[in-house]
Design a protein around this ligand. Structure first.
Ligand SMILES: NC(=O)c1ccc[n+]([C@@H]2O[C@H](COP(=O)([O-])OP(=O)(O)OC[C@H]3O[C@@H](n4cnc5c(N)ncnc54)[C@H](OP(=O)(O)O)[C@@H]3O)[C@@H](O)[C@H]2O)c1
Length: 220
């Protein structure tokens, strides 16, 4: 798969390295060409920097690795509002969270829905915001693989996202449509609050045995 990293920082480099290691080719872009060159060098020989104007045509899947307050600028750089990303799968990794309080910044909706509004015609999926980039690739036993919750409506985009998440060594689990993204983003804020309070977030949720999907769907 040709993966386009929109963003040249920590998460882009970590994901890029992991996907390059799984055999994907990667292009990297952002507002600063020097940062895109450095990020591509850090990822390795499977990666190349690319000008934002050439980005959309060069990729199958876009991964948004940009802070909340840079989304508008970054999506405009690659022509999202003019439809340049139409038909592409876009994975939004943004944590639109006030890191000092854990509060979600958008009053309504989600970063993923905001990305969808800026990536006209694209299939937008929320995923990979909860885990640090340094988590990837996961190389432990599949039985203990991290579960990456995915939200989205576009079947093709979900398929691409699930395949790329599996290539990180994680287990993708689609938990809802894009209207579930706010809850997924709130989960990151909750984790930050628990950490800020000095506790381990793994111990802040109950152990619940998985219920068979048929039982969840049953009306009775
Ligand atoms: N780091 C992680 O482990 C991790 C894990 C999960 C989710 N996330 C989320 O992923 C996103 C990126 O995190 P990060 O740690 O990679 O951040 P980072 O290292 O600070 O990199 C941020 C990237 O966004 C660009 N950017 C910042 N403001 C911009 C603006 N106004 N317009 C255009 N581009 C802008 C930066 O460009 P410049 O280089 O030019 O500043 C850089 O390419 C955040 O939403 C974060 O919450 C991060």
């Amino acid at each position: 798969m040709k993966i386009g990293l929109l963003g040249t920082g920590n998460l882009a480099v970590m994901l890029g390295k992991a996907w390059a290691g799984a055999g994907h080719s990667v292009v990297v872009t952002g507002r600063n060409p020097a940062h895109a060159r450095t990020a591509a060098q850090q990822i390795g020989s499977a990666a190349a920097p690319i000008d934002p104007s050439e980005f959309a045509d060069a990729v199958d899947v876009v991964v948004v690795a940009i802070p909340w307050d840079g989304l508008d600028h970054a999506l405009n750089l690659v022509g999202g509002p003019s439809g340049a990303l139409s038909g592409k799968a876009v994975i939004d990794c943004t944590n639109p969270v006030d890191f000092t309080t854990g509060r979600l910044i958008p009053a309504t909706g989600s970063a993923a829905e905001y990305v969808a509004s800026l990536a006209v015609g694209a299939g937008v999926v929320k995923a990979l915001h909860l885990f640090a980039g340094a988590s990837w690739p996961f190389t432990g036993s599949p039985a203990t693989a991290p579960v990456v919750a995915v939200c989205g409506d576009d079947p093709g985009a979900l398929h691409h996202a699930e395949a790329l998440i599996a290539d990180l060594g994680a287990r993708p689990v689609t938990v809802g449509g894009i209207d579930a993204a706010r809850q997924a983003e709130e989960a990151a804020g909750f984790v930050m609050r628990v950490v800020a309070a000095g506790a381990n977030p793994r111990l802040a949720i109950p152990h619940v045995d998985p219920v068979p999907a048929a039982a969840v769907r049953s009306p009775g």
